[in-house]
Design a protein around this ligand. Sequence first.
Ligand code: HEC
Ligand code: HEC
Ligand code: HEC
Length: 142
Amino acid sequence: MHCGVRCQVMRHPLAVAFTLVLLIAAGAAAAGEPAGRTPKPAIEPARAGTQCVAAPDVMRRDHPSLLKHQRDETVHRGVREAQSSLKACIGCHASAATGSVAQAKTDFCSSCHSYAAVQIDCFECHSSRPQKQVAQVGAAKP
Ligand code: HEC
Ligand code: HEC
Ligand code: HEC
């Protein structure tokens, strides 16, 4: 004899309960992602055909100390031709859309920082945009 849904429930109460638990768990997992959570940063690609001053995983971890080290080299020791220059970061990482690394929320530095809740004051003094003229004059020197 064919056994209908009700009959199944009578015969297999455990199986039915298990299915319900699964359904509830799935619902909870879907609801577990709080609404309005900051989305993962979509990191702007760097200028095509370039390489970073260090491997990307190193940069992700060490860029704060690289930058601070470079700043001390420049400000206290007058070294200006260095690799970890903030100007160089901006030259390669400025957004094609906004021309900046930190103007829009989607720009390179700000996308990641707002995700990680990091605040930097660097761009109160430093330009967040490449300074093409200055860079070219510098590059043209022998
Ligand atoms: C109060 C203004 C001010 C703030 C804020 C500031 N800087 Fe600077 N920074 C300067 C000045 C002035 C120089 C010297 C520029 C020069 O002589 O080339 C400099 C130089 C540098 C240099 C070396 C030059 C270069 O372009 O690489 C780095 C690197 C640097 N700063 C990084 C930072 C970082 C990172 C922050 C944020 C954590 C920051 N600065 C915040 C004023 C500031
Ligand atoms: C000559 C160009 C160039 C310079 C200069 C440069 N970068 Fe990069 N950077 C890249 C490239 C290329 C990548 C690899 C990822 C990509 O293609 O977007 C990268 C990757 C990164 C990443 C990892 C991003 C990710 O996807 O997780 C960070 C962080 C970073 N750079 C920070 C900096 C900082 C800070 C400076 C300055 C000290 C700097 N970069 C200087 C070209 C450059
Ligand atoms: C891949 C994500 C990512 C990108 C891209 C990124 N940062 Fe960061 N940055 C972080 C994180 C995460 C921290 C906090 C790290 C820590 O506290 O050790 C941080 C910290 C810093 C700090 C130190 C702040 C402090 O108060 O000590 C500076 C300076 C900084 N970033 C500059 C930059 C600049 C300039 C750029 C763009 C050229 C940039 N970062 C791009 C993730 C990123």
